[in-house]
Design a protein around this ligand. Structure first.
Ligand SMILES: O=C(O)C(=O)C[C@H](O)[C@H](O)CO
Length: 307
């Protein structure tokens, strides 16, 4: 397996109106782990999502949705608890509101055994996130176990969510995972303030390397990505400008999933980060986490290489 992602897929109810006024919602499927696994599969890499869904109206649809996007669903199993869901209000000014309906969900009941039953140990890249660790104590354990099992092949997205966890707890997970990380992809701002106490991307980069990650790609939205490696090299990769932005939800996941796919297929770090920035730019044209998934041809066209 090229890429293995561990985390919670969510049913997504989105609207361009505000959540307290909208009465019509668009149904789709999202969640940081699903967004990233769909992006990874779109690169041509084999990509599996390791998770649990509920035995309810949406669990099976979620699995079908993932399969329809080329994700290997053999490790999306049905378990106790409901399929997680969230409502997203993404209005045209760019402001966003989230309402989670995921407490006690099937995926939040994952545990280290889910990792042992998955292809994590044989994966080219294992994509883990702070969202997954924040779902429950057993998910926290699963993330740490996956990091140790993946033997240095981890891409870690801290993805700090104040509705799910606090800075201290998120920082403890980050410190546990960092020594296993081939790459960390913190956002700045976003993850930087709560987790690193600074919005200076160079300081965030140094902090990630100081914790034992072999490389870090600090994502800065329209300012691009600051990429640094343990040998001391630092490179600024510009963002790809996006016009007519519909919604930024999932852009970071498109970045992480795409770069994981490219890395697993043999690209070097700089190529993979460039591909990730292209996928993130394209994702801004769709509503929700999976509304617009970049094709490899589109990525090549944007980064100026022959497809
Ligand atoms: O916030 C989360 O936990 C989600 O997974 C919902 C969205 O899909 C996610 O925030 C996009 O990154």
């Amino acid at each position: 397996m090229d890429v293995v992602v561990l985390g919670e897929p969510l049913v997504e109810f989105s609207t361009a109106a505000s959540l307290d006024r909208a009465d019509l919602f668009y149904l789709s499927f999202s969640g940081d782990a699903l967004n990233a696994s769909v992006a990874a599969a779109a690169t041509g890499a084999s990509a599996a999502l390791v998770t649990r869904v509920g035995a309810d109206a949406f669990g099976e649809r979620l699995v079908r949705f993932a399969a329809g996007h080329g994700v290997d669903t053999r490790w999306m199993v049905t378990g106790e608890g409901s399929t997680g869901a969230y409502a997203l209000g993404a209005d045209p000014t760019g402001s966003r509101a989230f309402a989670y309906m995921r407490a006690g969900s099937a995926a939040s009941r994952m545990a280290p055994g889910d990792v042992d039953r998955s292809p994590v140990s044989a994966a080219g890249v294992v994509l883990l996130s702070g969202v997954t660790a924040a779902l429950s104590p057993s998910c926290d354990q699963a993330v740490r176990h996956a990091a140790a099992t993946a033997r240095g092949k981890v891409v870690y997205d801290p993805n700090f969510r104040s509705r799910l966890t606090g800075p201290e707890a998120a920082r403890v997970v980050l410190e546990a995972v960092a020594p296993h990380a081939a790459l960390m992809v913190p956002s700045c701002p976003g993850d930087s303030g709560p987790l690193f106490g600074t919005d200076d991307p160079y300081e965030v980069l140094r902090a990630c390397l100081g914790l034992g990650a072999r490389a870090a790609a600090v994502t800065m939205g329209a300012e691009g990505v600051l990429l640094g490696t343990e040998d001391g090299s630092v490179l600024h990769v510009p963002a790809i400008p996006a016009e007519s932005v519909v919604d930024q939800t999932g852009a970071g996941d498109a970045f992480a999933g795409t770069l994981a796919g490219w890395l697993a297929r043999g690209a070097d770090l700089v190529q993979a980060v460039r591909a990730g920035t292209a996928a993130a730019a394209i994702s801004l044209h769709g509503r929700g986490g999976t509304g617009r998934v970049a094709t490899t041809e589109e990525i090549h066209a944007l980064i100026g290489e022959a497809a």
